[in-house]
Design a protein around this ligand. Structure first.
Ligand code: FAD
Ligand code: UDP
Length: 378
């Protein structure tokens, strides 16, 4: 039997495409995944203590797209959850993104929102153009707040100074003059009711989808019969790094279970200036699970290891665009996802990109006349 599509990777990008191709086009799909589970980096599971944890770091779902939220709602119910983060700065735990309370508590001031706007204007440094991650922050809140909240965190997380990273990295974090202390401002913010792994199991449960775990594409590419390939792994690896290696930032996760119900006041505490780790997350805040014990995870950034983050800076974008040209000249293969398109995408953006890729693929499909048999990819 020949598969209509071979999909490399069972994360959001690969799983959404598998689900759409099977359920909407009647295509036979084989998904190969080198890990021993589906879900990609969004995978969750119960640890030895019975606490639901995210193996590859905390994943909080948020989107402004009703279409994406509705699409995923076919496979999961939701638990409303708005993430809150405190940063450990100068011996205090202060709200991040920086807001009115952050500044008033840091400086012992009593600014109103209007006064805070004037304060920011008085300390902000003009940058024209705003090009780097340093520019974004110092041109909004000035050098001192930049140094307390952003500089150390960014150097730890990326192994680079903010002045060496694109503006888009720190621009993920807004600045507020009101008291809104939510980490995300999106219209939809929720966690899958029974976790991410259950969502993936339901998404991939279609009878036309087969999943092969513990299988690296590189070992089976020449033996598996398929018509078209969808690849969601690192793009430079697909081409055997022939143009050089694209940098991906990695992390080491350290989990700890404590004999108490709760340990920190919010889901995540950031440590911009102390310790080798960037942040500590307590999963029960995110999942709402009730349990006598609690599990936290420390994130230690590192250069080597699983590829988790593309590194947004000019020279990497240039190298990626050379790989992108190679990809465009490779017929029969579609590259999608955070690793294959080298984009710092959140989960919802991966779902959106995969739905768009599906639409394009569906347009190229010649549907055979009724009863004529197999699906045919153009
Ligand atoms: P992945 O999830 O990386 O899936 C790719 C899969 O392909 C992997 O399972 C990999 O094993 C497999 N693969 C690769 N090469 C091969 C091969 N040769 N053969 C077989 N299989 C292969 N997003 C949010 O929206 N909210 C968050 O709070 C959030 N937090 C995050 C925290 C961390 C620490 C990290 C690293 C990411 C976070 N994200 C978050 C981003 C989110 O993880 C991604 O947007 C999303 O999971 C990417 O999906 P993907 O399918 O493109 O890639
Ligand atoms: N950042 C920071 N201090 C913080 C939080 C974030 O300097 O307290 C910067 C840092 O460069 C980080 C980026 O903003 O990598 C994006 O943060 P986000 O929380 O979105 O990162 P992710 O959850 O994707 O790791």
């Amino acid at each position: 039997m020949i598969f209509d599509y071979l999909i490399v990777g069972a994360g959001f990008s690969g799983s959404v495409l598998a689900e759409r191709l099977a359920s909407q086009l009647g295509a036979r799909v084989l998904v190969v995944e080198r890990r021993n589970h589906v879900g990609g980096n969004a995978y969750d599971h119960f640890d030895d203590a019975g606490v639901l944890v995210h193996r590859y770091g905390p994943h909080i779902f948020h989107t402004n797209s009703r279409q994406i939220f509705d699409y995923l709602s076919q496979f999961t119910g939701w638990r409303q959850y708005e993430h809150r983060v405190l940063a450990s700065v100068d011996g205090q735990l202060l709200p991040i993104p920086i807001n009115l309370d952050t500044v008033n508590r840091l400086y012992g001031t009593n600014f109103t929102s209007f006064e805070l706007e004037k304060f920011f204007a008085s300390v902000a440094e003009k940058r024209n153009p705003v090009r780097t991650s340093e520019d974004v922050v110092v041109s909004t809140v000035g050098r001192e707040l930049y140094e307390k909240f952003f500089r150390g965190y960014t150097r730890k997380q990326w192994g680079l100074d903010p002045s060496e990273l694109d503006a888009s990295v720190t621009a993920r974090i807004p600045t507020r003059t009101n008291r809104d202390d939510r980490y995300f401002g999106d219209a939809f913010q929720a966690m899958p009711l029974h976790g991410y792994s259950r969502l993936f199991e339901r998404m991939l449960s279609h009878p036309l989808i087969h999943v092969l775990l513990n299988t690296d594409f590189r070992e089976v590419r020449d033996v598996l019969p398929y018509r078209r390939l969808i690849y969601t792994g690192p793009i430079d690896e697909f081409f055997d790094h022939r143009l050089g290696r694209l940098p991906y930032r990695s992390l080491r996760f350290e989990f700890e279970t404590l004999e108490q119900e709760r340990v920190q006041p919010v889901g995540t505490v950031n440590f911009p200036n102390d310790h080798a780790y960037t942040r500590v997350t307590e999963f029960k805040h995110l999942t709402g699970q009730e349990h006598a014990r609690t599990t936290i995870v420390y994130e230690y950034p590192q250069a080597a290891g699983d590829p988790y983050y593309p590194v947004p800076r000019k020279e990497n974008a240039e190298l990626y665009s050379r790989y992108e040209k190679l990809a465009a000249d490779t017929p029969g293969v579609t590259f999608v996802g955070r690793l294959a398109t080298y984009k710092y995408y959140n989960m919802d953006q991966c779902v959106g990109q995969a739905l768009a890729a599906f639409k394009k693929l569906a347009e190229g499909v010649r549907r055979p006349p009724a009863g004529a048999g197999a699906f045919e990819a153009a």
